[in-house]
Design a binder for this molecule. Structure first.
Ligand code: TXA
Ligand code: MG
Length: 314
């Protein structure tokens, strides 16, 4: 089966595969028609650029025009892993990948199946393998829900982290996080010994320089809201996701993560999709305090995905 997927990718088809974050929808990064198939399969707006996935440091060179020394240190520390770096791009990189920007996003995933695929096919562009706007897939079945039972998926069980990589722009100073993820701002700052800009401080720059961040994402059919005033009902139309509020009643519509934020990240998108399967009309999530956002490495990433699902009006 694996050889069949390699053949498909080499012939310009798209194939979904597991990474340690979420499943990706892969295509040969040097084949324009394959790259275009990604946009049509996902119904993704053409102005939202793609991440190039590599399996060795040498594979970076045809893409990145400049690699700052601090970026090298970050690669030493976090690659392979859930950190995407944005570099000034080389002229040959397809415009379809970068959406016409002068930068390119690159990541070296840690999943052995992803590495095996890339080392045999070459660099793959891979957005999350969901229809645009749906929660990212953390299981093969999620990919099939969005693209059909027959869709080619390299099966690798559940993904470990469950949220997409941290996206960090290293093409200009100060380095800027466009999307929080598995590697926190503090972990990055500890390596480069400089501060990085994050979401709220960089909103204008972000909209102009990381078009994907403006799109609403990750939403199930059920309405996602932040829980207000700790008001928990036993209504069977509302699913509650709690992390510190210990529910006295162990009702089946309450999921309590007991401050296990790895578990919350790991399950979040699956819980969103399950909420739809189980017919919930609303998912209410316990908000994060400022202290949690500062102290818990995964809290900004989890909060970011939930805020996107909530949308601008709540
Ligand atoms: O964990 C992940 O990153 C997963 C797995 C499959 O690797 N991939 C993923 O890809 O989440 P995608 O396409 O769903 O998200 C890519 C994000 C988007 O927000 C996009 O706008 C941003 O990265 N991006 C890509 N290239 C960029 C660039 N040149 N400049 C700024 N932002 C960029
Ligand atoms: Mg995505």
């Amino acid at each position: 089966m694996f050889d069949h997927y390699i053949k498909l990718l080499k012939s310009g088809e798209v194939v979904a595969f597991p990474t340690e974050t979420v499943y990706g929808l892969g295509a040969d990064a040097w084949n324009l028609s394959a790259v275009k198939k990604i946009f049509s399969t996902k119904k993704r707006p053409a102005d939202n650029p793609l991440i190039v996935h590599i399996s060795s440091r040498a594979m970076l060179h045809p893409f990145a025009a400049e690699i700052p020394p601090e970026a090298k240190r970050l690669m030493d520390a976090f690659w392979p892993g859930p950190l995407t770096l944005i570099f000034k791009k080389k002229p040959d990189v397809l415009d379809a990948i970068t959406a016409g920007l002068d930068t390119v996003a690159v990541r070296r995933p840690a999943h052995p199946l992803a590495q095996k695929l890339i080392s045999q096919v070459g660099p793959l562009v891979a957005p999350s393998a969901n229809s645009s706007g749906r929660p990212s897939p953390t299981r093969p079945q999620h990919v099939k829900e969005d693209f059909g039972e027959e869709f080619p998926v390299v099966e690798g069980g559940e993904t470990q982290i469950g949220l997409e990589s941290t996206v960090l722009d290293v093409s200009s100073v100060p380095f800027t996080i466009y999307r929080p993820g598995g590697i926190s701002a503090e972990q990055i700052e500890n390596i480069i010994k400089k501060s990085v800009e994050t979401g709220s401080k960089s909103v204008g720059k972000q909209a102009a320089r990381s078009p994907g961040t403006k799109y609403s994402h990750y939403a199930p059919e059920a309405q996602v809201r932040w829980l207000k005033d700790e008001e928990i009902s036993d209504s069977n139309s509302v699913l509650y996701l709690l992390h510190t509020i210990n529910p006295t009643n162990k009702a089946k519509n309450i999921i309590f993560f007991e401050e296990n934020y790895e578990m919350m990240a790991h399950q979040l998108f699956d819980r969103f999709r399950e909420a739809d399967h189980q017919g919930y009309r609303e998912v209410q999530v316990e908000p994060f305090t400022n202290l949690q956002l500062r102290k818990v490495p995964l809290a900004p990433a989890i909060q970011n995905r939930i805020s996107k699902a909530v949308g601008p009006d709540d």
